[in-house]
Design a binder for this molecule. Structure first.
Ligand code: ATP
Length: 427
């Protein structure tokens, strides 16, 4: 059977992936674990999320399904942060003899949860319609993620990567993590590009160690289980309580939808949009860099490289009106939050000066509005100003935010194959 779980944690502690790792161990005493667990990231703009809008699913084989239902729901009751207003766990069980009949609907639900916004009622209706065993705690919002994770386990057609999560011993939760930074840089040096986003070389930062009170010590992301395991073998840290390797939709751009008109864009959705830069980028208070992008209908939208994107903003500041770009990212509060940008065509820009006098070489002065230029000393005149093309300090190509600003779902440039334009990884 498949067990999908979501929404068990709060900002103060716990993590649904940790519960999944614990359950794997406990269930293995009376059930057989099949394949690696799944960790899916859903719509990144959902306001109810604690951190990365994750949910998990396990695949097991077991004769005593009642015992599994009981064990899992009791574990969630005892471990979830139920006192927290925003924690509304959900768990869904899909039995093996239901797999074929529910596959299509659950897979579509999963894809929808990554791209769209779903209501709790829609989730409850689907669970009932498909006759699934489920338990909704409190308002049951977690059912949305739990059903989606089951859909991901059943759906065989999505792109995936892997994450190795190492968890801390319980006594130290909430305290500062001890992970030797040098060992993480070494893990990256040896295993990149099979693993990624362990460190950020440009900003000289460790990226894979969280800072919140949850049980995760570090997470290594990569293309397959053996690569992430290899990278983890280099890491020197405080004692690790347990580890778990997940198959995941992280780094796949699964949240993005192609859109050609800004009028079709909806809040809380994520897109790939092509257009023309229509204003000089400006940097506002807080260090966010913003420019407007115009589509073929003439509509415009603000596009932002927010402060956490660090050096990526320097690239964005080099854009000028007329440049053609494709932006990748999410839309909230009428602003397109850029995760990647493809610069496809650079506009030509000119420096315009008064012409030089052919006799003395000095710049002529304006002879009055619409009357051209005149050299005061020599009396020479000209109607044409000097126009010099400005060399642009940026190249067409595909650019991404640095690892320290990467969103879970954003596909790393190193994962793109057959790109026509040069690729500039943000690390
Ligand atoms: P956790 O580690 O507990 O999973 P998180 O950062 O992943 O933390 P959650 O606490 O799971 O966030 O909160 C996200 C909530 O939003 C969940 O209840 C989930 O079911 C719900 N949700 C996820 N995707 C969507 C969506 N597309 N539309 C509406 N609600 C969603």
């Amino acid at each position: 059977m498949i067990i999908g779980i979501d929404d068990t944690d709060s900002r103060k502690g716990m993590c649904t992936t940790y519960l999944c790792a614990l359950l794997r161990e406990e269930l293995s005493s009376f059930a057989k674990l099949i394949s690696e667990p799944i960790l899916v990231r859903l719509n990144p703009t959902i306001p109810y999320k604690t951190r990365g809008n994750a949910s998990v699913a396990l695949l097991i084989e077991c004769d005593d399904k009642e015992r599994v239902f009981r064990h899992v729901t009791e574990k969630i009751s005892s471990m979830a942060c139920l006192d927290n207003e925003n924690t509304n766990p959900g768990v869904v069980f899909v039995l093996e003899d239901q797999f074929d009949s529910v596959r299509d609907k659950l897979s579509s639900f999963f894809k929808c949860a990554v791209k769209d916004v779903i209501t709790i009622d829609e989730a409850k209706e689907l669970a009932s319609e498909l006759n699934l065993e489920y338990k909704a705690f409190k308002n049951g919002r977690g059912l949305i993620g739990a059903l989606s994770a089951c859909g991901a386990m059943l759906d065989l057609e999505w792109d995936y990567t892997y994450e190795y999560l190492a968890y801390r011993e319980k006594e130290v939760w909430g305290t500062r993590r001890t992970v030797d930074e040098k060992s993480l840089f070494e893990a990256d040096r040896v295993t990149y590009p099979d693993t990624w986003d362990t460190v950020d070389l440009v900003n000289n930062m460790v990226v894979c160690v969280p800072h919140s009170g949850d049980p995760v010590l570090y997470g290594i992301r990569g293309k397959d289980a053996s690569s992430v395991k290899k990278a983890a073998s280099f890491v020197v840290s405080e004692p690790v309580e347990r580890v778990c390797i997940y198959r995941t939709n992280q780094g796949t751009d699964m949240h993005l939808m192609h859109v050609s008109l800004i009028s079709e864009i909806e809040e809380m959705h994520s897109y790939i949009l092509e257009g023309e830069v229509s204003s000089e980028p400006i940097t506002i208070r807080g260090g966010h860099t913003i420019f407007t992008l115009k589509d073929e209908a003439g509509d415009v939208i603000d596009c932002a490289a927010f402060e956490p994107t660090k050096n990526f903003r320097e690239l964005v500041r080099k854009l000028i009106p007329g440049d053609r770009v494709v932006v990748y990212g999410s839309v909230t509060e009428n602003t397109f939050n850029i995760e990647k940008i493809k610069i496809t065509e650079l506009a030509t820009s000119y420096e315009i000066h008064n012409p030089q006098c052919p006799s003395c070489g000095k710049r002529m002065k304006s002879a009055g509005s619409g009357q051209g230029y005149r050299c005061k000393k020599c009396g020479t005149s000209s109607d044409i100003s000097d126009k010099k093309e400005i060399e642009r300090d940026v190249m067409p190509g595909f650019y991404e935010v640095p690892p320290c600003a990467r969103r879970h779902l954003a596909k790393q440039l190193l994962r793109f194959e057959n790109e026509v334009l040069p690729v500039f990884p943000g690390r």
